[in-house]
Design a binder for this molecule. Structure first.
Ligand SMILES: NC(=O)c1ccc[n+]([C@@H]2O[C@H](COP(=O)([O-])OP(=O)(O)OC[C@H]3O[C@@H](n4cnc5c(N)ncnc54)[C@H](OP(=O)(O)O)[C@@H]3O)[C@@H](O)[C@H]2O)c1
Length: 302
């Protein structure tokens, strides 16, 4: 396939930001390599106009599977050129630290962090030979600030942030630009079908029961933004001629939260967070549920 259109590769194109960005890019005349781990989900593109459909190629890519990434790399070599990579594939693992076996953290890192590394490593030789390219890593507000009950997700995004800073410094001399997008909360599948929780997360006998209810309440009270804002920001960056800034926060209240983190002592900020989440009736009196046993069961089942 030869094309003078900018070629953009997007991971996790079967839903949410990835899917919507692929559609928008195709509409704007990019050649889109829309990758997804389950090719049966390519049906998400079936309603697309014939002109846009001609701009979309669906490739199978599971970012956690090195064989899948190797096959992707071979296809990329045939393509010979890539202008933009969007490391978007991800999911959210919920659960309190005491409940989560290490294997759950590993699973989270495999997709959200190691996945981005694998795909980037496949793309870099081509971009480096071209002497140009853009890499957009989809991080999160959770890559800048911790949140209880989401430590695995937060860790994966903090890791992505640090890695992206290093990658950006490494790639600048080769003409490759790297940026982080940091969305707040948006209405995609990530907080529903895309979310994984350990067994026992909602156990009413758990000492964490009212705490986790408070978190869910806070998450559900928040109005999730329209993902089209994120898509607009992503496409704007793809078209940008000037060099990128390192970070692009996206969404309602993200900038103000990050600003508060820079000016307020952490102790003050954490009190604000906990006041929003912890029910007034919260008591840390021991409960009969044993979290360790649950964690062991989760470990066995994973
Ligand atoms: N929505 C938000 O509020 C929000 C906020 C901050 C950051 N983000 C980030 O935005 C990115 C996209 O999430 P989203 O909100 O659009 O959620 P989403 O609708 O659940 O989409 C996630 C996408 O990632 C794919 N994926 C998951 N594991 C994968 C794997 N191993 N290999 C390849 N693809 C995989 C999913 O594929 P399947 O369809 O096969 O599951 C899906 O296409 C994620 O990195 C997420 O952390 C989202």
């Amino acid at each position: 396939m030869t094309s003078i259109k900018p070629i953009v590769v997007i991971t996790g194109s079967s839903s949410g930001f990835g899917h919507l960005t692929a559609l928008k890019c195709a509409e704007k005349g990019f050649q889109v390599i829309a990758t997804m781990r389950n090719p049966e989900k390519a049906a998400v593109f079936k309603e697309v106009s014939p002109e846009s459909r001609g701009n979309i190629d669906v490739w199978t890519l599971d970012v956690t599977n090195q064989t899948s990434v190797n096959e992707f790399e071979e296809k990329l070599k045939e393509l010979g050129r890539i202008d933009i990579l969007v490391n978007n594939a991800g999911f959210a693992m919920g659960g309190f630290v005491e409940q989560l076996p290490v294997s759950f953290y590993q699973k989270q890192m495999e997709t959200n962090f190691f996945g981005a590394i694998r795909v980037t490593q496949a793309v870099l030789p081509i971009m480096r030979n071209q002497g140009r390219g853009k890499i957009l890593n989809v991080s999160s507000i959770s890559g800048r600030i911790g949140f209880p009950g989401l430590s695995a997700y937060v860790s994966s995004k903090f890791a992505l942030e640090g890695w992206s800073e290093s990658l950006r410094l490494e790639m600048k001399p080769f003409g490759i630009d790297v940026a982080l997008l940091e969305p707040g909360s948006f209405q995609t599948n990530i907080w529903t079908s895309g979310m994984e929780l350990p067994e026992g997360f909602d156990d009413p006998d758990s000492p964490y029961a009212s705490y986790s209810q408070g978190i869910w309440k806070a998450l559900n009270q928040e109005t999730h933004g329209n993902p089209s804002h994120m898509v607009t920001q992503m496409v704007k960056l793809m078209n940008k001629q000037e060099l990128y800034k390192l970070r692009y926060p996206v969404g309602k209240s993200v900038r103000s939260t990050l600003f508060m983190k820079t000016i307020l002592p952490w102790k003050v900020l954490e009190n604000i967070i906990l006041k929003t989440i912890l029910p007034k009736s919260f008591s840390h009196q021991p409960k009969k549920g044993t979290v360790r046993a649950q964690r062991r069961r989760n470990n066995h089942e994973s």
